[in-house]
Design a protein around this ligand. Structure first.
Ligand SMILES: C[S@@+](CC[C@H](N)C(=O)[O-])C[C@H]1O[C@@H](n2cnc3c(N)ncnc32)[C@H](O)[C@@H]1O
Length: 491
């Protein structure tokens, strides 16, 4: 993501006139100098000390900026809150808060901050930049292009403005226009440093999104030749190769990308899926990135693939509980990894009370919310949500979710603790034929064997009532087989 925002100069800061205790003021000045020199890791401890010592909003804003540059949006949001407590909701405070929210994958809340900032400062550059970026993240592409296009027209030679416009054009699906803008930028031999690297990356990503795999690979490799090792370019090259089904060629790129960006959970899971290591489940960053991206087209895509799990689960409940819906209902339902709410959609007619959905992906949850079926939706990791939950559930469903889990024992045990004594637990997995309990495929999804599932259920104190093979959906020309499982608490 492009983050080239600027802070107002020190002499314009609201508190710059107030005297600062000597040492803290020197720490602040040095921290600011290091930040301007693009050394945020060194700036951070100095700014932290200065911000804590001085009742000064600007110190908190600089600390927030350093935190953002170090990919710590949670710390940036805390710094924004501290700055707000000192200065109130100034445009600079709102922009920092909005950028932090955007980095945390909460674009709707970021948009609210941007809108408030625009009300105060309609012409502010950073304010409009945040507005454009949040609109883009909220998939409001026409509005994003209008705002970012206006900023670009004001400064067509500004590489930051051009990059953001190209990025927005790419997300809006205007790949030709994005490619033209980027080619024009890259033709300029004077374009150097971070701006050139970002343009090279965007050119490769734009080709990939357009589905031009050869061009994406060529652009990523050309970018790597210019910039040297770069995790995002290696990942883009790998994506192009994976889409061409050249797994062996993708692997070295993913291994290098993982080495360069070890904290990037998305890259880590991609590297794991080509055999770099064996995780117990998919990294939360991977799940969020994949499903936030899928969310807008998820249901249409699944429909096209003949996704059967919701219908299978409804029919299974009806088979186990004759008269369900007509004569009586399930007391309540916990939908783990609820996604866009397809399970809620098919089951809500047979549930009398609360329907709670849990999912990591804000994008998927927003689609579930729009259905107006769930009484509660929680953005959380399933295990954490189960630990925090106090309810006794009559039905717990996990449809097409354990494909992101390898080891199931701890999750199944936590489910057992939340299942009412007469409760039903229903889930699906992708099927693995073979001796081991589970494996991670090159698709990034886990598969489980029948023996592995039986073992995990027994360990968790759950008793299978149904465990049968079912076609789950199509994958390319093939049928994807899985298991449909119903379990109860063992007596
Ligand atoms: C393939 S979708 C299935 C969605 C829904 N159950 C359905 O059948 O349509 C998998 C969902 O599980 C969520 N998910 C995966 N791992 C998760 C985890 N550890 N905690 C919470 N949600 C998770 C994803 O965000 C995604 O929305």
């Amino acid at each position: 993501m492009i983050t080239l925002h600027s802070l107002p100069p020190a002499q314009n800061a609201p508190h710059s006139a107030s005297p600062r205790p000597g040492l803290a003021a020197r720490l602040l000045a040095e921290g600011e100098r290091l930040l301007a020199a693009q050394r945020p890791a060194e700036a951070l401890p100095l700014l932290q000390s200065a911000a804590e010592a001085l009742a000064d909003g600007r110190a908190w804003l600089l600390l927030g900026e350093a935190s953002l540059q170090l990919n710590n949006p949670v710390a940036a949001a805390e710094a924004a809150a501290a700055a707000r407590a000192v200065e109130g909701a100034t445009p600079a405070v709102l922009v920092l808060a909005g950028r932090a929210l955007l980095s945390m994958g909460r674009p709707e809340e970021a948009l609210a901050e941007a809108a408030e900032a625009v009300m105060i400062d309609r012409h502010g550059h950073d304010v409009r930049l945040l507005l454009g970026q949040t609109l883009k993240a909220c998939d409001r592409h026409d509005e994003a292009l209008a705002v970012l296009g206006e900023l670009w027209q004001e400064a067509p030679g500004d590489s930051g403005a051009t990059l953001r416009l190209a990025d927005a054009l790419m997300h809006a699906g205007s790949h030709d226009a994005a490619a033209e803008l980027l080619a024009h930028m890259l033709d300029n031999a004077a374009l150097a440093g971070q701006a050139r690297s970002q343009a090279l990356l965007l050119r490769a990503q734009n080709a990939l999104r357009r589905g031009n795999l050869e061009a994406a690979l060529a652009a990523a490799l050309a970018g790597l030749e210019e910039t040297g090792a770069d995790a995002a370019l290696h990942t883009t090259a790998a994506h192009a190769l994976l889409a061409m089904r050249r797994m062996g060629d993708a692997k070295p790129h993913l291994l290098i990308a993982h080495r360069l960006a070890p904290d990037d959970g998305y890259v880590a899971h991609l590297a794991a899926s080509v055999g770099a290591f064996l995780p117990e489940r998919a990294d939360a960053q991977y799940v969020c990135r994949v499903f936030d991206g899928y969310a807008p087209g998820f249901e249409a895509a699944l429909l096209g693939l003949g996704y059967r799990a919701p219908g299978l689960i409804l029919r299974q409940f009806e088979a186990l509980l004759p008269g369900l819906g007509a004569e009586y209902k399930l007391r309540n339902l916990l939908d783990l990894g609820c996604g866009t709410g397809l399970i809620g959609l098919v089951l809500h007619d047979v549930v009398a009370g609360s329907i709670k959905g849990v999912d990591l992906s804000a994008g998927m949850l927003a689609a579930a919310q729009a259905k107006g079926i769930y009484t509660e939706l929680r953005q959380a990791e399933i295990n954490a949500a189960l630990l925090a939950d106090q309810e006794q559930w009559h039905a717990i469903v996990a449809a097409d979710v354990f494909i992101y889990f390898g080891t199931l024992e701890a999750t199944l045990a936590a489910i057992g603790r939340r299942l009412a004594p007469d409760g039903w637990f229903v889930f699906t997995t992708e099927a693995l034929d073979g001796p081991q309990a589970w494996e991670l495929g090159e698709t990034g999804r886990f598969r489980h064997s029948e023996a592995g599932l039986l073992q995990a259920l027994a360990t968790a104190g759950l008793e299978p009532v149904v465990l049968r093979r079912e076609a789950l959906r199509r994958e390319g020309p093939a049928i994807l087989d899985g298991f449909l499982v119903v379990a109860k608490r063992a007596l």
